[in-house]
Design a protein around this ligand. Structure first.
Ligand code: CU
Length: 150
């Protein structure tokens, strides 16, 4: 069963995105360092600390079976994680992969319909890598990793 689903991956969607990026890059004259792709917000995956001391981070998922970004790092403590599904077609979810990581993280987002956004809060203490996934699309490798720094 290993890897059988891989050829079905959305190559057409990816190719379209590259095309758009290339066109925008060609315009030139833009601000240095500005990325051409219009969709992913640069704030995605950036961990900030809210006034109440809780670390906040937002991930995005879309019609391509990936989390954007798929990795982020927090310090030990409370985390408020928001996942935004900007897909037009696909329903996703979010959970920390059972049995993975130094300690279980129970809160999850069981269902994230297109256009929907949900937030969970949890506290981590043990440093290490915590794998997460969309359980609907593990065969398409919709995985990510949250690192808790030591
Ligand atoms: Cu998914």
């Amino acid at each position: 069963m290993n890897g059988l689903g891989l050829p079905r991956r959305g190559r057409a969607l990816l190719a379209g995105g590259v095309l758009v990026a290339a066109v925008l890059t060609g315009c030139g004259g833009g601000t240095a360092g500005q990325e051409a792709a219009p969709s992913p917000d640069p704030a995605l995956g950036t961990v900030t600390t809210a006034p109440d001391g809780v670390q906040e981070v937002t991930l995005q998922t879309q019609d391509d079976y990936v989390f954007s970004p798929s990795t982020f790092t927090v310090a030990p403590g409370a985390v408020r994680l928001t996942v935004v599904n900007v897909a037009e077609q696909l329903t996703h979810n979010f959970r920390f992969t059972p049995g993975d990581g130094p300690a279980p993280v129970e809160p999850e987002i069981p269902l994230l319909t297109p256009g929907e956004s949900r937030t969970i809060e949890f506290t981590v203490t043990a440093p290490g890598d915590y794998g997460f996934e969309c359980s609907f699309h593990t065969q398409l490798e919709q995985f990510g990793t949250m690192t808790v720094s030591g």
